[in-house]
Design a protein around this ligand. Structure first.
Ligand code: CU1
Ligand code: CU1
Length: 273
């Protein structure tokens, strides 16, 4: 049973162990497989066609499984490592410990957005982007450059107050429901806008190239967990017979072994500190 902590609460040893395990997965090529899988789903998920990872009810269970697979890969390197989460309602500045040189490194430089500090800076040689959407092989960030701000705790409270899980048409136009509001296509926009705020590589389909992707999605997963705890009977929708989307008991690609029903509780694998 792992314990996923706020990144602020990691000890120096835990911070180093996380970074070292991430770098080991990069060297072995395992990391890039995760980036490729994510980009394939971003490209394939559409509002009017088949959708699995995004703009759909399975956004939350799909990413829960995606994070579990990544966490298991980290633990194969170092069994002591668990995913930490980034609470962007409290860690809102470029000087947060999240972005320090001993953890994820800081903002990109002006001009090309290239990250020049920390273990994922291009010049370290540790972190060339091999799965990418253009010719640039360096990790980029441009905090707030698109005019976006990070979500506030009152906006999170608005989304947590949704009583239903999701509503028809089960895509990015669903007008209410926890899933579409937390994903960010409607309402105050939680998840999508954090990708945009970090900017650079995080604003693309190959966003897992930036290790902050995992900490961001870990916080989204924690918000789902909080929402579930407050509404134990809300469950998952839709329950069956819906075209183009993953119903409660449908298996999810690319694993084809787990359904949303299998992922409603994370208690068998981890808890949140
Ligand atoms: Cu995603
Ligand atoms: Cu995301």
């Amino acid at each position: 049973m792992g314990i996923r902590k706020n990144q602020r609460d990691l000890t120096p040893t835990e911070r180093r162990a996380f970074v070292d395990a991430v770098l080991a997965l990069k060297r072995s090529g395992v990391y890039d497989q995760f980036v490729r899988t994510h980009n394939d789903f971003i490209l394939g998920d559409t509002d009017t066609g088949n959708r699995v990872g995004h703009r759909s009810p399975s956004f939350l269970p799909w990413h829960r499984q995606f994070l579990l697979e990544f966490e298991r890969a980290l633990q194969a390197v170092d069994p002591a490592v668990n995913l930490p989460y980034w609470d962007w309602t409290t860690d809102r500045s470029a000087t947060s410990s999240l972005w320090s040189p001993d953890f994820l490194g800081g903002n990109g430089r002006s001009g090309d957005g290239q990250i020049t500090t920390g273990p994922f800076a291009y010049a370290t040689g540790n972190w060339p982007l091999s799965v990418r959407v253009d010719s640039r092989s360096y990790l980029r960030r441009q905090f707030g450059a698109a005019g976006q701000s990070l979500p506030t705790s009152s906006q999170v409270a608005t989304v947590l107050a949704q009583t239903g899980y999701d509503v028809a048409p089960w895509n990015s136009t669903s007008a209410s429901g926890f899933r579409n509001l937390v994903e960010g296509w409607r309402g105050p926009n939680l998840h999508n806008r954090v990708h945009v705020w970090v900017g650079g590589t995080m604003a693309t389909g190959v966003s897992p190239n930036d290790p902050v992707f995992w900490l961001h999605h870990c916080h989204v997963d924690k918000l789902w967990s909080n929402w579930q705890r407050a509404r134990p009977s809300a469950g998952y929708l839709p329950t069956g017979g819906t075209a183009n989307v993953v119903d409660l008991h449908d298996v999810m690609s690319p694993w084809n072994t787990v359904s949303p029903a299998d992922l409603l509780s994370h208690d068998a694998w981890y808890t949140y500190a």
